[in-house]
Design a protein around this ligand. Sequence first.
Ligand code: UFG
Length: 332
Amino acid sequence: MADGGRYLVTGGAGYVGSHAVLALADRGDAVTVLDDLSLGHARAVPDGVTLVRGSLADAAVVERVLSDGPWDGVLHFAALSLVGDSMVRPMHYFMANTGLGIRLIDACIRHGVRRFVLSSTAALFGRPGEQVITEDAPVEPGSPYGESKAMLERALLWADRIHGMRSACLRYFNAAGADPRGRAGEDHTPETHLIPLVIDAALGRRAAVAINGGDYDTPDGTCIRDYVHVSDLASAHLLALEQLDARSVTYNLGSGHGHSVLEVIRSVERVSGRPVPHRIGARRPGDPSRLVAMSERLRRETGWAPRFERLDEIVATALAWREAHPQGYGDR
Ligand code: UFG
């Protein structure tokens, strides 16, 4: 339901951020996106939404945007988010995600922001066991990326205790799919995410998919992830914002279903009706064998229910967007 609010969305031109912007705009809220477009796309920002092109590293821009308040909430998506990349340049992740994130939190506190939503990650659970992961599972990041977000979660805890700024930490599992109305989709350069790569192989735009390890301790030897539709992630943000009138919250956000890399390949083959050439390659450093969410707390406390439960449905929306946008947003 629209609360007629004004929201600032950092990274709102990115993959998950742009879908959250659509959800806010669809219900009639006024949205401003702050994005440096280093990874995001101006075309992912819908008409009627203000786009400020600027970096979180530019303190003057952050001040100027926050001064244009009051804001009913800040949703913070702008970040680096690749597990493998963070294993190669860890300090870069701590500076970009933790350092700039803490500067943003500090600026929000100074400008009287009362509600803050952090785009957090399942990657802060680095060594999960066989069970689905609840919010109470120990935070033991297996990569600098996961650690960079875990530190922001801790900072937000103190921002609430000392300054009363409420926050929602939403730990996404594997965001996937595209806006069912085709208004936004997944476009990374270079693309490293499994589903778009597998789709490109099915469409003949890529020779084959290399599976990152086939000797994991899983039934078929490939890594298991919990793929959750990006529009379902977006709707969770709106519900989480409502909780912040009462208290800060932390939610794991996944479908609760785990799928191996090979199962994703089979799903794309089913949905597209085309074969996906693939081969088993080396493991990718930083990859946990299995990450599957227990999202019961979110469902119970907010009434969230994913609209896209089955992997094939998620893949179908990703395939539709990719077929309609062979060059993605066409700006790289
Ligand atoms: N994979 C392959 N071959 C590829 C690409 C990926 O086998 O060509 C594998 C990965 O090793 C992993 C799985 O497919 O086992 C999914 O990989 P993605 O790169 O699509 O996603 P990740 O699980 O690495 O990470 C994603 C986001 C993170 C987020 C995490 C949460 O990129 O930001 O999900 O689980 F933290």
